[in-house]
Design a protein around this ligand. Structure first.
Ligand SMILES: [Zn+2]
Ligand SMILES: [Zn+2]
Length: 173
């Protein structure tokens, strides 16, 4: 859906749109796939521009950046994004940027494409490296074992090795 100023009256315009995730080209490099993306919210006119606000829902699946296991997670991103008329942009954007969950952009010459807004909000909200859980322990740097499944024993070995080296050193002294 494309929003133009002429579509907006005094009441906020309700928007409900499914977004074909493939069109957004997100997460491809990391092998991640977004699916069933939908946006539900409103577009409204205010003094110096257009405000798009609402919630993006969907799901994400792909390999964890730490442990490489494939995981699936639901997404829910609530946002408010102001598209401010060029004339007012500098003053109002600077005043408003820094407030939580508020994002300000210059009002484009043409219509505002909801799919573009959704794409930008996902980029802003999602971490660069997606992980299966904040508690993910990743892979052992030594043997590559998935540490979420248990200890691999490398750490003890490391300590033993260091201990051996120390003993040797003592003997030599
Ligand atoms: Zn993980
Ligand atoms: Zn290990």
């Amino acid at each position: 859906m494309k929003i133009e100023e002429s579509m907006l009256g005094t009441e906020p315009l309700k928007i409900r749109e499914e977004i074909p995730a493939g069109d957004l080209g997100l997460g491809e490099e990391a092998g991640l796939a977004f699916s069933e993306l939908a946006f539900e919210g409103t577009a409204s006119k205010f003094d110096s521009g257009i405000r798009i606000a609402g919630t993006i829902t969907g799901s994400l699946n792909g390999p964890c950046a730490r442990c490489l296991e494939v995981f699936e997670r639901m997404l829910s991103i609530s946002f408010r994004s102001d598209f401010i008329d060029k004339e007012y942009f500098n003053e109002s954007a600077e005043a408003e940027i820094g407030q939580d969950e508020l994002d300000a952009d210059v009002l484009p010459e043409g219509p505002i494409n909801i799919a573009d807004v959704v794409r930008e909000q996902i980029v802003l909200a999602e971490p660069e490296r997606e992980i299966c859980s904040p508690k993910c322990r990743g892979l052992c740097g030594n043997c590559g074992a998935n540490l979420n499944l248990g200890e691999c024993g490398c750490r003890d070995e490391d300590i033993d090795l260091r201990w051996e080296a120390l003993k040797k050193l003592k003997k030599e002294l």
